[in-house]
Design a protein around this ligand. Structure first.
Ligand code: E4P
Length: 218
């Protein structure tokens, strides 16, 4: 499963990319608003695209199809690794179809049901982003949606990649991988939780303490 970092924070992106931990980045208007400040958003997208060797989802902010397509084209021109993120609305699916026809990659976002995911695939989406954490937040079963989409896409041979989004903890990552999600996007906090285990820390402390008793350098 490809691991994407869900942030627009350049320091976090550079840290994770330098460590070889991520395959791409996803952003959304809220994440951009958190860090962009006075910066031109397109400059920030450009810097993100340079910082990571993989797809970078950049979201349109218009609500009507024609403006979404115009924004999508502008975003796609910024860098080869831009994926245009589009909300799952009727206009969004129209824009997705139009951009796909022009060879522009798309990520259809804000997916909360299996039928929505099927319509996005039929519109030619490169990625579908079901938000598992937000479904869990309202007492739903986020991961069940990933299973349903996996099965439906496989049954009918849809090539749209499932990008499990709104991941809140490492168990979501493991479950997404067991189901066969193609990608998962998570905030930096969850990415580094994947790396940590108390027994690793404890074991390392013991190894270091034992080595010290030798009184030698390596
Ligand atoms: C994905 O594309 C979204 O940016 C993101 O995963 C949403 O996560 P949240 O529900 O934690 O805001």
């Amino acid at each position: 499963m490809k691991i994407f970092l869900d942030t627009a924070d350049l320091n976090e992106i550079r840290r994770a990319a330098d460590a070889g931990l991520i395959d791409g980045v996803t952003t959304n208007p809220s994440l951009m608003a958190k860090v962009a400040g006075d910066r031109d958003p397109t400059d920030l997208f450009l810097d993100i695209c340079k910082a990571v060797d993989g797809p970078v989802s950049a979201e349109v902010v218009a609500l009507d199809k024609d403006t979404m397509v115009a924004e999508g084209r502008r975003l796609a021109e910024l860098a080869d690794n831009i994926v245009v993120k589009i909300p799952l609305t009727e206009d969004g699916l129209r824009a997705c179809r139009a951009l796909t026809a022009e060879g522009i990659r798309t990520n259809v976002t804000l997916c909360f049901s299996a039928p929505q995911a099927v319509l996005a695939a039929k519109a030619g989406a490169s990625y579908i982003s079901p938000f598992v954490g937000r479904i869990d937040d309202i007492s739903g079963e986020g991961m069940q949606l990933i299973s349903q989409i996996r099965q439906m896409y496989d049954n009918y041979g849809f090539g749209t990649e499932i990008l499990t989004a709104s991941i809140r903890h490492p168990a979501h990552v493991v479950e997404a991988m067991l189901i066969g999600s193609d990608c998962g996007t998570m905030p930096p906090k969850v990415l580094y939780q994947l790396l940590k285990h108390p027994l690793t820390d404890k074991g390392l402390d013991a190894f270091m303490a034992d080595w010290k008793t030798l009184g030698k350098d390596l």
